[in-house]
Design a protein around this ligand. Structure first.
Ligand code: AHM
Ligand code: MG
Length: 344
């Protein structure tokens, strides 16, 4: 009788889950134990709930608007609220998170009785305008520690530069669901396996290429940009084989999707100021800072056109900021145009 060729799977072939990765200290972050791991697990739980809802949104009648407007004056979509609630309920549960600030609530949500000293900022469902047309959307989050000796948590507790975040990440609900996480030194991606109900390590030690040949910007705003931004824009579209120009234009309109592609493939994403959005459109605390932390840890760069995003001291929780992120060389070239110099 021939020997069967099939063998049971070798235990070493079983993937590394997100929880194992954190617990085994693979993030080179000695404090990533106990409460911090548990906090991240609660964020993952929310991500699992949200991905489930996103995947069956059309069937479950959660497309469309609730009829209310959020603090930014935008119509709130049902999935926005579902995602927000998933985060609130999940983070409230274990008491590690003292307060949560999200795009959907004007003020931070304070978790009374919490014993932990972590604060979380989040855009629970980024790219809402793409929900109804089945284009990638995501969840963005940042985590910071709160010094209890400063007194009770309030709005001002959140007003720290992104440099002080201890973790940041996002979940992209795309062709697969991928969670990308950093604790400041390295960046790793975990893909959701719906059959196992786990995030497995799939993108170990992500590095952003030092240059790219793609640019990502809302070209429809061209007439509203400053002359410096228009000059940079003309530069990336000009023909020059040596610098791989003209760059390819890619713009999804979901920050999570545009930044995820830029992180993996290199190039540049820009949402500059314009005459309609004089401080840019994206939010500093829960959109720009988490991506800036990720890009820097992956060897890339994120600025407001001049200074690093992570060095900006916020003055209010929903503040907007111009956001330029991607490959170091591409972001530096953009900055040289903002100084009126152009590339050397
Ligand atoms: P949202 O948080 O309400 O979804 O809005 C933020 C989105 C980003 O995902 C994206 O980068 C940007 O807005 C797109 O803006 P525009 O449609 O002006 O290009
Ligand atoms: Mg957003």
């Amino acid at each position: 009788m021939p020997t069967p060729s099939w063998k049971p799977p070798d235990a070493s072939q079983i993937g590394v889950t997100l929880e194992t990765f954190i617990l085994e200290g693979m993030f080179e972050f000695p404090d990533a134990r106990g409460t911090f791991t548990s906090l991240l697990n609660q964020i993952c739980l929310a991500a699992k709930i949200i991905t489930g809802r996103v995947r069956r949104a059309g069937l479950a009648d959660v497309f469309g608007y609730t009829g209310e407007t959020n603090v930014q004056g935008e119509l709130v979509q049902k999935l926005d609220m579902i995602a927000h609630e998933a985060l609130v309920q999940s983070l409230r549960r274990r008491g590690h998170c003292a307060a949560l600030a999200t795009e959907e609530a004007p003020d931070p949500i304070l978790f009374e009785g919490a014993t932990g000293n972590y604060l979380v900022v989040s855009d629970p469902l980024d790219g809402s305008s793409n929900i109804d047309v089945d284009i990638s959307i995501g969840t963005i989050f940042g985590v910071m520690r709160y010094d209890k000796s400063r007194g009770p948590v309030d709005q001002s507790s959140f007003l720290v530069p992104g440099r002080e975040y201890c973790a940041a990440g996002y979940v992209i609900y795309g062709s697969s669901t991928v969670l990308v996480l950093t604790m400041g030194k390295s960046v790793h991606g975990f893909t959701w396996d719906p059959t196992a109900g786990e995030f497995f390590l799939s993108h170990e030690n992500i590095r952003c290429p030092s240059n790219g040949n793609m640019y990502s910007i809302n070209e429809g705003n061209h007439c509203r940009w400053t002359p410096e931004v228009q000059k940079w824009n003309a530069y990336v579209k000009a023909d020059d084989e040596k610098t791989r120009r003209p760059y390819k234009h890619r713009y999804v309109g979901s920050l999570v999707a545009d930044a995820h592609r830029t992180l993996l493939k290199g190039g540049i994403f820009a949402y500059p100021p314009d005459t309609n959005n004089t401080n840019g459109k994206l939010r500093l605390l829960y959109e720009a800072n988490p991506f800036a932390m990720i890009l820097e840890a992956a060897g890339g760069k994120a600025t407001d056109g001049q200074k690093p995003i992570l060095d900006i001291a916020p003055t209010e929780i929903h503040q907007r900021v111009p956001l330029i992120l991607g490959s170091v060389e591409d972001v530096d070239t953009y900055a040289s145009f903002m100084r009126g110099e152009g590339p050397r």
